[in-house]
Design a protein around this ligand. Structure first.
Ligand SMILES: [Zn+2]
Length: 431
């Protein structure tokens, strides 16, 4: 059964440069200005929401004794993607050059050809759905990098993501169990936007972690029962290093994000102590962290120490890091999986130039299998996909090789290796 978990301290305030790192450096003013006139065409639709209640019961995956997860990075279904989904919201946005979310659809179409509109709720997941059906993970966890709202009170930050609440059907189409919300976009449309996000997910029976109407709610983990195996307990934290403004920190009486004070050893220890105190036998604990800059393979020394400390203190079994737009290196520390940056999984960037060398069009599905009793990593399979026309597609052998080489080099620095299989999937190897 569900239960509230421990509330680790070490989160509340943060120092941050407050920058929004989703600023699109490659979008020239000239190109963008051409989009100012992008038409409005919102199609308000009717909601088909599930009734509130407990989680969906899914057949446990076949490997008994193992808990199998699906993890990925940023699922950015707002803005341009929201405009092609069945219930497109108000396209008006308040960016410097682009004034309609449809501008991002148009930009992408100029590069990759026509994108159908409206699409079915499951369209964006494309070939990921067949992968999920093949692997049958017990629990599916994503970082939801958008507010889910019709709120029209943008935060003054230049980039504001929102997805219409009726488009939550898109998350349901992939049977997402848990959305991590401790990121730099969940409050893009203010507190009303956050509250509507929380309420929409609750009604859709999708659990969330990392943001709430109070500090206690923002800190509370999502506990997902895996019948016959145990529980997966998801704690989510945001770091100022990902661009979350300090003012977004949840307080006792203020809605917001579960924001880390810093990435110090002391903070890691105190969080680990809180988690450890709440941890029960057969709990597999995931610490989901939105941290670090958007580009580059370098892993900050502070981040590495922080992740290792959460593991070493006997608290965390999987560190699920995200914020970087591309996948970063993977480590196995004391038998536990550390993903430093999972990369973007869905975005509307196809028409945006810049940073192509990082290939943020490649999206990775991480499928770790963990020993249900110990939380130790048994295997990690990765299915790489490519975002094209706002949809996930199987990648070419050439792209898979590029990923094996590039991400593999980042992994080698952390003591792991990537193997490419004949089926264009990757497997992690470690000593
Ligand atoms: Zn982010």
């Amino acid at each position: 059964m569900r239960r509230p978990g421990g509330v680790p301290s070490g989160t509340v305030t943060a120092s941050s440069d407050g920058l929004d790192r989703r600023a699109f450096l490659g979008l020239s003013a000239r190109t963008a200005l051409g989009l100012l006139a992008a038409g409005a065409g919102a199609q308000p639709g009717r909601a088909e929401r599930a009734t509130p209640g407990e989680t969906m019961q899914r057949q446990p995956s076949s490997r008994t004794g193992s808990v199998n997860l699906f993890l990925c990075g940023d699922v950015m279904t707002g803005r341009g993607i929201d405009q092609v989904l069945p219930h497109a919201g108000d396209p008006r946005i308040h960016e410097r050059y682009v004034k309609s979310a449809l501008g991002y659809v148009e930009l992408a179409e100029r590069k990759v050809g026509a994108i159908p509109r409206p699409v079915d709720a499951d369209y964006v997941w494309g070939d990921a759905l067949a992968e999920l059906a093949r692997v049958t993970p017990d629990v599916r966890i994503v970082n939801l990098e958008t507010s889910v709202t019709t709120s029209d009170t943008p935060e003054p930050k230049g980039i504001n993501y929102r997805m219409h609440p009726d488009n939550v059907s898109c998350l349901q189409a992939a049977e997402i169990d848990c959305c991590v919300l401790a990121n730099n976009h969940v409050l893009d449309w203010g507190v009303p936007g956050l509250e509507e996000t929380l309420e929409t997910l609750r009604k859709a029976q999708i659990r969330s972690a990392g943001a709430g109407r109070s500090l206690a709610e923002a800190q509370r983990p999502a506990t997902l029962e895996v019948p016959g195996k145990g529980c997966v307990v998801v704690y989510a934290f945001g770091s100022g290093t990902s661009g979350i403004p300090p003012s977004w920190a949840a307080r006792a009486d203020r809605p917001g994000v579960n924001l880390l004070r810093d990435l110090s050893e002391e903070t890691a220890r105190s969080i680990a102590a809180g988690i450890r105190a709440a941890k029960r036998p057969r709990d597999v604990v995931v610490a989901s962290l939105h941290w670090g800059p958007n580009w580059g393979y370098e892993i900050d020394r502070e981040q590495r120490r922080f992740a290792q400390m959460l593991v070493r203190e006997g608290a965390v079994d999987v560190v699920h890091g995200h914020s970087s737009h591309h996948a970063k290196g993977i480590e196995v520390h004391e038998g536990r999986l550390i993903l430093y940056g999972c990369g973007d999984f869905l975005n509307d960037y196809e028409g945006i130039a810049g940073n192509e060398e990082f290939r943020d069009d490649l999206a990775l599905m991480y499928f770790p299998s963990l020993d249900a009793a110990t939380g130790k990593l048994e295997r990690l399979d990765i299915t790489p996909l490519q975002i094209r026309r706002f949809r996930l597609n199987r990648i070419s052998q050439r792209d898979a090789s590029w990923l094996r080489d590039t991400l593999g080099r980042a992994c080698e620095k952390l003591g792991t290796r990537l193997e490419l299989n004949d089926d264009r999937r990757l497997a992690l190897r470690w000593a």
